[in-house]
Design a binder for this molecule. Structure first.
Ligand SMILES: Cc1cc2nc3c(=O)[nH]c(=O)nc-3n(C[C@H](O)[C@H](O)[C@H](O)COP(=O)(O)OP(=O)(O)OC[C@H]3O[C@@H](n4cnc5c(N)ncnc54)[C@H](O)[C@@H]3O)c2cc1C
Length: 350
């Protein structure tokens, strides 16, 4: 009898442990202290398959480095924390390197690995927080390059069809901070990514800050390592230190509008900063719009904009996710009131 009670107690304790609510404070770069009902580490594809076999209707969220997610409340469901690791050289062919990376690899570590091996192509994207899966999902971009330009294929687990599939990269797959996977949120778990890199280095100096660094240097003499180091240096100078100022990088996307609308905007504010795109559209600086509504260095409670860049929202203390969300909604309302432009979040609000 005693043994039976002891066994029941053991089972009860085990089930309590499995369902124990877990704080996500160390799993999101806003450092918002919210809880999830369940937390499951995905170390192998089989972990995913088992999860979906057992939990047909379960609410879930895939989590990478948490650098593009704002938790505005506790998450009522299971967090699938990506732990799929591994970097493998698949083949070298005609000066190209086909490199496979597990989606749970840290993004910057992968860029650093490539730099050390003289595999070129990713160096302009150094020091972006997060993991490989999150980077592909959101088609990260910086300093004149988007990740899409270096992706050869993406292997996913299709959670609807319950099978793995490899997608070759095509032009239709990615757009500005968007991907086929993001458009079908909740359907695909990105497992592995193959990058097509090069043994021959070709500098990308489209972005003005990089152009400025190398303006007196002969293009032939610039190395990939030079670019990697310059990007790291510029980013450290421009962006807030995540340890001191928890944030998610750019909170909003830079709005893309037609030429016709841009001339209307210029009538409202002739100082507006914009760039012409290859697709004929005009991209407006969301940072400028936010500053122009008086949100430069604005702070409400523990939430505010970064002093050097109004597009970056900061958790200055123990701000709740709901307060950060509220602050962002205020920005959206004010920008819309002044310019008639509806800002779209780059950050995913849960
Ligand atoms: C200081 C700072 C600077 C930044 N600078 C830049 C920049 O220059 N350029 C830029 O583009 N971004 C930038 N970001 C944003 C962010 O780093 C990127 O979007 C990053 O790639 C997100 O990756 P993550 O692993 O943190 O994703 P998470 O935040 O964990 O997740 C983001 C989204 O991707 C989904 N996801 C994650 N992994 C997978 C997977 N394996 N399969 C399917 N879905 C998945 C999640 O469900 C979620 O919807 C910056 C952020 C910070 C904090």
């Amino acid at each position: 009898m005693e043994k039976e009670i002891w066994l029941k107690l053991k089972i009860w304790k085990k089930s309590k442990k499995m369902n124990k609510k877990k704080s996500l404070k160390n799993f999101n770069t806003f450092r918002v202290d919210v809880f999830c009902d369940n937390f499951l580490e995905i170390k192998r594809e089989q972990d995913l398959i088992s999860f979906f076999e057992k939990n047909k209707r379960r609410n879930f969220l895939i989590l990478g480095g948490g650098s593009n997610i704002l938790f505005s409340k506790n998450f009522k469901g299971t967090i699938l924390k990506n732990k799929l690791k591994g970097i493998k050289i698949l083949k070298k062919e005609n000066g190209n390197i086909f490199l496979e990376a597990g989606s749970g690899e840290n993004w910057h570590n992968l860029v650093y690995f490539c730099m050390r091996k003289n595999f070129w192509g990713l160096e302009n994207l150094a020091l972006i927080p997060g993991e490989v899966g999150g980077a592909v999902f959101g088609n990260i971009g910086a300093y004149g390059l988007e990740i899409k330009d270096k992706i050869f294929s993406v292997e996913v687990y299709d959670m609807e069809k319950k099978k793995t599939k490899v997608y070759k990269n095509t032009k239709k797959f990615f757009s500005y901070r968007n991907s086929y996977f993001k458009k079908n949120r909740g359907r695909f778990f990105i497992l592995k990514v193959v990058f097509k890199l090069s043994e021959k280095f070709e500098p990308i100096l489209r972005y003005k800050d990089l152009k400025e660094v190398f303006k007196n240097k002969n293009k032939e003499k610039i190395t990939g390592k030079n670019i990697f180091e310059a990007v790291v240096k510029i980013r450290k100078k421009k962006l807030p230190d995540l340890q001191k100022f928890p944030n998610n990088g750019s909170f909003f996307k830079n709005p893309e509008i037609s030429k016709k609308i841009s001339s209307e905007i210029l009538k409202i504010d002739p100082e507006v900063k914009f760039w012409e795109q290859e697709n004929g559209k005009i991209k407006i600086s969301a940072g400028y719009l936010i500053e122009s509504i008086g949100f430069k260095r604005k702070k409400i409670g523990n939430v505010g904009t970064y002093q050097k860049h109004a597009l970056v929202l900061i958790n200055f203390g123990e701000a709740k996710g709901s307060k950060i969300k509220k602050f962002s909604e205020k920005i959206k309302r004010e920008v819309f009131k002044k310019y008639g432009i509806l800002l779209e979040e780059e950050v995913f609000i849960v």
